[in-house]
Design a binder for this molecule. Sequence first.
Ligand code: SF4
Length: 178
Amino acid sequence: MHITPSSLGEFAFCPQKFYYKKTLRKRESLKRIILKLIGKIMHLLYRKRGFEREKLMSAEIGDVVLVGKPDMFRVEEDFVEVVELKVKKMPKKANEHGLRIWNSDLVQVLAYGLMLEKIYGRGVKLKIKYVDGEVEVPFMKDVVFEYINEYVDVFKNGKEPRKIRDGRCKRCEYREMC
Ligand code: SF4
């Protein structure tokens, strides 16, 4: 089974929402298309010397294959540094891990970490760059494996997706059917 780190990040936002998106194939909203475009421009403008950018890579992790393009990474002798760029602000409060990052971004960067660790056979340093600051992310493998297992349970083993009900449901395009 192939999984992209960005899909895993979306899945972490709300497994039920991602399930609807993947199975109903609704057209993307204009807001989302514009945000993606801004993201592409930001990625083009943000350059850091010595970093490779958006290279398609894959790695077999147990029964799944992670496939994706990390925004930026550089390979050093004993570690790989991975930087994800986000066109949004950091959350105001820290999450359960004491980090001011969104859960979907956390899971995405951890999945890239897993992929690059496997490819280059060395440790990883992870960072997320938001428009208002940068956060270094500890490599919490247990967290990303939890989401990979849950993803496989839903899309391979037919388990009912989990619903994350919170304030964001008000803006969810699937709230009527959820
Ligand atoms: S309404 Fe809430 S729980 Fe339901 S899919 Fe949307 S975000 Fe998830």
